[in-house]
Design a binder for this molecule. Structure first.
Ligand code: AMP
Length: 221
């Protein structure tokens, strides 16, 4: 199963992808997570990407494409993948088409996760991440879950932190960037007949079930 999840920051793409990964046994390839990891490790790519990320701007296409190609070619992605955060604009989508063509495979679906803007703001401002194990929490919505009672990680007891770019000013910039650059992708994939809309407010299990059913060629409920 080869799928792409589209939606503004905070739509739940990461949460859905982690569920699908477990259910289908395919890797979750999240460009933002990989880039943050590269920054943390201080690699060449990380050094180049850092300033763009701190400003809430997109990292140049060539850098991200090279990084994604490496993941898509890895043996674990042979049976499929869930792309999350990539492609982010039309040039990246065209690059992906070309790449997959070259591998003789195609996408089973591109899923646009729909969530109202006010809900996104509420979700993002409540997001917390464990510094130790990376588990994700939300102090407002409890999705995927609430932190432990003492405010620490329920998995490992680690300290939770808020992402630099989950502050209101950067959230707004990322929204604008999403609308300007990513929304045209919706037309791009609709024209190719592989776009599906998914309601992102009906709970994680419902959305995940629907995505898997549609990706396998099933009918909409
Ligand atoms: P995310 O975790 O998806 O919100 O991504 C965090 C940041 O990483 C973004 O604000 C961008 O600076 C960068 N980034 C992630 N994915 C891409 C991409 N496909 N193209 C360019 N920049 C990206």
């Amino acid at each position: 199963m080869r799928i792409v999840l589209l939606g503004p920051p905070g739509a739940g793409k990461g949460t859905y992808a982690e569920r699908i990964k477990v259910l289908e046994g395919i890797p979750h390839i999240a460009s933002g997570d990989i880039l943050r990891e590269e920054v943390k490790k201080g690699t060449e790519l990380g050094k180049k990407a850092q300033a763009y990320m701190e400003r809430g701007e997109l990292v140049p296409d060539e850098l991200v494409e090279e990084m994604i190609a490496e993941r898509l070619k890895s043996p674990e992605a042979e049976r499929g993948f869930i792309l999350d955060g990539f492609p982010r604009n039309i040039p990246q989508a065209e690059w992906l088409d070309k790449f997959l063509n070259g591998e003789g495979v195609k996408l089973d679906g591109v899923f646009q996760i729909l969530v109202p803007e006010e809900e996104i703001v509420r979700r993002l401002s409540g997001r917390r991440i464990c510094r130790q194990c990376g588990a994700i929490y939300n102090i407002h919505t409890g999705i995927p879950r609430f932190p432990r009672e003492d405010g620490r990680c329920a998995e490992c007891g680690g300290e939770l932190y808020q992402r630099e770019d989950d502050n209101p000013e950067v959230i707004r910039r990322r929204f604008k960037e999403y609308e300007e650059q990513t929304a045209p992708l919706i037309d791009y994939y609709r024209k190719r007949g592989c776009l599906f809309e998914v309601n992102g407010t009906r709970g994680v299990e419902n959305a995940v079930e629907e995505i898997i059913r549609l990706a396998k060629g099933g009918e909409r409920e």
